[in-house]
Design a protein. Sequence first.
Lengths: 340, 731
Amino acid sequence: MKEFTYARAETLDDAAGQLDETARVIAGGTNLLDLMKLQVMAPEKVVDITRLPDLSEISAEGEGLRIGALVTNSQLAEDHRVRSLYPVLSRAILAGASGQIRNKATTGGNLLQRTRCPYFYDPAMACNKRDPGAGCAAKEGVGRMLAVFGVSDDCLAAHPSDMAVGLRALDAEVEVRSPDSSTRRLKLDELYRLPGDRPDLETTLAVDEIITAVVLPAPEKGAVQAYRKVRDRASYAFALVSVAGNVTLTDGKIARAKLAYGGVAPKPWTNAKVEEMLVGQAPDEALFRKAAEALTADATPHSDNAFKLPMLRRTLIAVLREATGLADASPGTDKTKDAA
Amino acid sequence: MTETFRMDKAQARLLDETGQGVIGTPMDRPDGPQKVSGRARYAADGTPEGTAHGVLVRATITKGKVAAIHADSISDLPGVIGVVSGPEFIRNPAQGMANAAPVQPGTRVDYHGQPIALVVGESFEAARDGALRLKVDFEAEAGADVDPDTASEVETGDPSAVGDWDSAFDGAAFKVDREFTTAAQVAAAMEPHAAIAEWQGDKLLLRSSLQMLRFNKNEIADSLGIPAENVQILAPFVGGGFGSKLGIGPDAVAAAQAARELGRPVRVVMPRQAVFDSILRRTETTQRVRFAADADGKLRAVGHDDRVSNLWEEGFAEPTSSCSQFLYGADALRFQQSLARNHRTPTGSVRAPGEAVGMLTFEAALDELAEQLDIDPVELRLKNLPDTHPMTGQAFSSRGLAECLRRGAEEFGWSARGKPGARREGDWFIGVGMASAGRPNMLIQASARVRLEAGGATVETDMTDIGTGTYAIFAQIAGEMLGLSADRVTVRLGDTDLPGASGSGGSFGASSSGSAVFLAARKIRAKLAEAMGCDADELTLQDGIARGGNREMAISDLVQSEIVEEAQIEAGKTAESHFSAGYGAHFVEVAVHAWTGEVRVRRMLGIMDIGRVLNEKTARSQAVGGMVWGLGAALTEEISHDPRTGHIVTRDLANYHVASHADVPAQMEVSFLDNRDDEANPMQSRGVGELGISGAGAAVFNAIHNACGVRLYDFPATPDKVIAGLEALGL
Ligand SMILES: Cc1cc2nc3c(=O)[nH]c(=O)nc-3n(C[C@H](O)[C@H](O)[C@H](O)COP(=O)(O)OP(=O)(O)OC[C@H]3O[C@@H](n4cnc5c(N)ncnc54)[C@H](O)[C@@H]3O)c2cc1C
Ligand code: SF4
């Protein structure tokens, strides 16, 4: 760890005022501190936002829910409204990290956690994300965990968050506060950038912007939601692939299908074509196979992770089978309760 | 000098005659409360006044030399004291029982990750900052071999064989001939390697996390160029070793050297990444397993060839086929090993070296043979148990493999097993598998001292407790022999000023060092018998009372002054006349997801024959721990090396996947045969620490096949490989 100064922000204005290129917000610290110990990140100033008022609550907003940026992953996953109305979010969070880490990790921090590409973590290896222009050691290196969609020649890293994949399937928005005290709301797709030739820039946030909340729209009644994460051990491992599904059947046909994919792209991935193929159709394994093929058609895998394509296709089929009743629902698949 | 007891002939089963009734019981560890309350002192705990902190710096080239270390590049950093390096630095830990310094390469670099210097600071944080920022110039040599598959230097040994292998194999009607690969693994002990070194004049006091102090003392003395009598090592508690702490490590040598140069104590704790980088790991292997049999299942030929790797100048080669050489009989057997040299983190003993990888493939191939023959896998094994060692012709000491197989099949409900793919629950295929277990048993030279006073007894030896239960077992052995409850026995371990024991390794610790305790106590019994005026075999000692020669007396009255006896044991003629090994059978049920290829183990049963059980609880923990390792080898554990540098890429516990709680089934059962091994040692016990691994992963693999019909030949069975197998079957 390099020496840094520490400031505890008392108000949002205060926090925003202290942020610049050389500073970083610290929330749970479960990602930032690890990276600082390895000197992968070395902010000169750390601004502690954990004492800010009003960011630790989950409250109703219209028909939906507003989740403060400091709500911990454990708190969010166990909230009864989330469990009954947005179960895919609970399931996604609980599929990530460990109980201890989830107790510390926050909603904002989870969204902005950085990639787990092993070369990003090793300062002896070239990495464009850590050191723009240095090159990408992963390209010709070990690539099991890398992405297969949305990558560039300069960076192939995947976004590791499970929670964000669940949020994507729920069409959540992120509330961001700018230093001029104005707030704006971003779809997750607008929050994350693809790497292009600047993999160090991961989001569209300015250095002095702070995430204040995540907002969930009104839940879809009677939807079946599922999160399925395939990984190298049963727990406490990052996704090889994951699929979040939020599917509504009406009169035996798929009325609505929101699907998001994790472990495969620099951000929670979606594919509108796949959803269009499904909507209006009666659930059927052949249909699911066709949709799955369409999903992976334009993937660009690394030589070590071409396995993610069949794995993603099969995981999508498994989720769709359970969500549409073609297979018995296993733990991880829930029907939403009606909103109270 | 204490005279040495040689194990030349079977000894009376004294522990079956003594009446205390503590031996074998599932007694809790006396050190448990200290451990769970944080009072147990591990290597890096209890920093002495004035301690400086060191962090190792690694080489970031694969091969070449260190041209310059620019200490001035960090001299301005607050809290940084300086940089220590030099000819004392060791390239990697000593191999187990080396008893001398490992390679000391000077400025030469042999692998990416090699420790080359130590940055010392006033705090750990300052030292780590300095270590990450230190500027080092390397002269790299191109073209280093980093891949064992393409290595240019391969040493191939002569085959060890009996019988006319080619004709036995060629002439048989049924054959399996498969190539397997197994992934490189690490020990991943919870406590990282650590040392605190402190000099008093020319005497070194070293606290370090080590398994075999009698050897480690010589290894560090040799590394530093000082006489061994000037070294005292303390390791009263060790947070897991699994082979990775058999030999002295770079942390200890660097701490000692820095403390000598600085004239103050130095503490070096290796961060997890450094443990991955430079601590001996388990080799990856390529193995060819061949079986040939008649239609009735009689084995005609057994072959097991393997290719392992290591760095140059390391004498260790994973003994992959060790168990394959004595488990089953055949007309002909043949074993051959190749060792590829490469510039990767060197390999060494990791829990159950040999069996841990050899039994994965051997027992998986045998399952395939059983399928081909359409014979039950348990039957096939029972049909081929030899009467004598198939390679050496030695008699076996007690050998409960058949009973383990039969009892396991019965308790598990093996007869309900169906054909592959026959059982399904929703999208999950369910299947069962089994495998045998075996592990050679050794008796290693060991000494111990026992003191008996009016108030109780004390056991003293430099033996270690690496989490295995040595404190408990020695209290039980001495208590049983001296008629004392275990809480009246104090056990002192992990101090080289005490009699030198076997150390913890090769599953021989409890039985070898425990036998020294037993023998020292037996000498005390002789003295007590004399005091009672009776023959030693007339004497009974129980609950503090001595009985014999029609007299009864409190032991505390009998012991006027402290009785001190020391004993040393070493292997003798029984090790030549008889082949001693632990045996077992594993039965496993798994679920395989038909779409995602995930494998979940639903239950595991292990039946083990370890001779006399010294403590049923610690033995069970060892067996269960071993079975979890087997599960990990089958499903999750894998080191990845960078294809260009050979450096370990999966170098923390988030990316190197030991089995998590969720991987381990709730139903995890172990039971032991009530057996005795008369030729093993005077206690008739055998090792248990590594036996649980042997074969366990193969049983998981065999269950995967029974579940869904997929046969894999590449360990571990991560979901990608299972999916590829399912798709190849059109599933
Ligand atoms: C061993 C391990 C395993 C893990 N496994 C998983 C897994 O399987 N799945 C998974 O999804 N995650 C996993 N995680 C990651 C974990 O979810 C994240 O570390 C955690 O969510 C980060 O939250 P935090 O509050 O601790 O963030 P911090 O570490 O405090 O911050 C992370 C980043 O976000 C920024 N930040 C934080 N809050 C805000 C805010 N309000 N506004 C603007 N910027 C902000 C910080 O500046 C920093 O750059 C794992 C972590 C570990 C250590
Ligand atoms: S893939 Fe991205 S994060 Fe990984 S080494 Fe390349 S540039 Fe760095």
